[in-house]
Ligand binder design. Structure first.
Ligand code: COI
Length: 355
């Protein structure tokens, strides 16, 4: 389902590494497929993209992105159906979000044919790397960084766009225990919270490290002004099940507009589950867990898909959540999403993109 024809120069590897990859034992982000895509934007002009053997890239130490952080990325997944056809999921949404991030970080816009056709061509060449299996997928990582060699602070004039791919299994081995963060923030209004820029992830590491020292797997971020309302959890959007309804923070300039989030909300509505997108206060959820009206809390995102939490830590107390079962809302949503993405059930939404 290519958008426009695009000239891509292809140089294939002489020796595939696929025999070193075990689909039954995948550790996220550690193994990469045989090829990668590279496209340079030089003074506003996109050059012919190239698909080359996966490997290291050498750079000048004065590379602008290393110093001032003009660097963005996307996270997407590809699957195989029963007929071994490769399927991408809502790639145009990732493409659009990528350019929204690029605009906020004052970077070049990537043309659709480079992003989408680049993904398609790379997936055709490395199709053997798309694993099958309930929790398995091929994680796709398009990214772009400023490639000027210059130490002055200004938007770079040159950019490099790349796509690498890595087989993925389940992200969290056990349900995470998350801590409500009331000291540090992920983002503030007017900042870059809605952009998928590298700095957002760097800034989260120190608070996450402090939480890990207290026994928590991840953080539940709260708003920058009052630490009263939930925003996101770690690198995921967050959803709560309260009295059978899905309640989730409304997206804003401080929250990443998750494609998995949007997908699950649409799926929930199609299954007759009510949804509420609004401010969700910490007090409401803690009271709800204590009173038994909040039954599930889960993170949603490309890498984790749907990740139910085991407990929420707030002001020194851990509020435990019941274990997920077949009838849990998060479980039903995850199953429906997986069935559509892997072609097990018909896609009535137009989300699946056959490569
Ligand atoms: C994704 O779900 O793609 C993410 O952004 C998480 C990633 C940073 C591991």
């Amino acid at each position: 389902m290519a958008t426009e024809t695009l000239n891509i120069k292809v140089t294939k590897t002489k020796e595939s590494k696929i025999s070193q990859f075990d689909p039954n034992n995948i550790s996220f982000g550690t193994v990469f497929t045989d090829h990668m895509l590279v496209a340079d934007c030089i003074n506003g002009e996109w050059q012919t993209p190239e698909i080359v053997p996966y490997g290291e890239i050498a750079y000048n130490p004065a590379l602008a992105s290393l110093h001032y952080g003009q660097s963005i990325f996307e996270g997407m997944k590809a699957f195989k159906n029963e007929a071994d056809e490769v399927l991408m999921f809502r790639p145009l949404e990732n493409f659009k979000r990528f350019n929204i991030s690029a605009e906020r970080m004052c970077m070049a816009q990537v043309p659709e044919e480079i992003f989408i056709n680049g993904l398609e061509e790379l997936l055709k060449i490395d199709a053997a790397w798309v694993p099958k299996g309930e929790e398995n997928s091929l994680y796709l990582r398009p990214f772009m960084f400023a490639s000027d060699v210059y130490l002055g602070v200004r938007p770079s004039q040159n950019y490099r766009f790349m796509i690498i791919m890595s087989p993925a299994g389940q992200y969290y081995a056990t349900p995470p225990k998350v801590k409500v963060e009331t000291e540090f923030i992920r983002s503030a209004e007017g900042g870059v919270g809605y952009a998928k820029c590298a700095g957002n992830y760097a800034a989260s590491l120190y608070p996450a490290k402090l939480a890990a020292e207290q026994g928590y797997t991840q953080l539940l971020w709260t708003d920058a002004k009052e630490h009263k309302y939930f925003e996101e959890s770690g690198t995921m959007n967050v959803m709560f099940v309260k009295e059978g309804k899905i309640v989730t923070p409304k997206v804003s300039t401080t929250i990443l507009k998750g494609i998995t989030r949007d997908t699950l909300l649409q799926l929930a509505q199609s299954m007759g589950i009510e949804i509420e997108e609004r401010q969700v206060s910490v007090a409401e959820i803690i009271e709800g867990i204590t009173a038994g009206t909040v039954s599930e809390v889960f993170g949603v995102g490309t890498a984790v898909v749907v990740s139910p939490f085991a407990a929420i830590g707030f002001e020194g107390t851990d509020y435990k959540l019941a274990e997920i079962n077949e009838n849990s809302v998060s479980n039903k949503l995850k199953k429906a999403l997986n069935d559509i993405r892997t072609g097990k059930i018909a896609d009535t939404f137009g989300w699946v993109w056959k490569v």
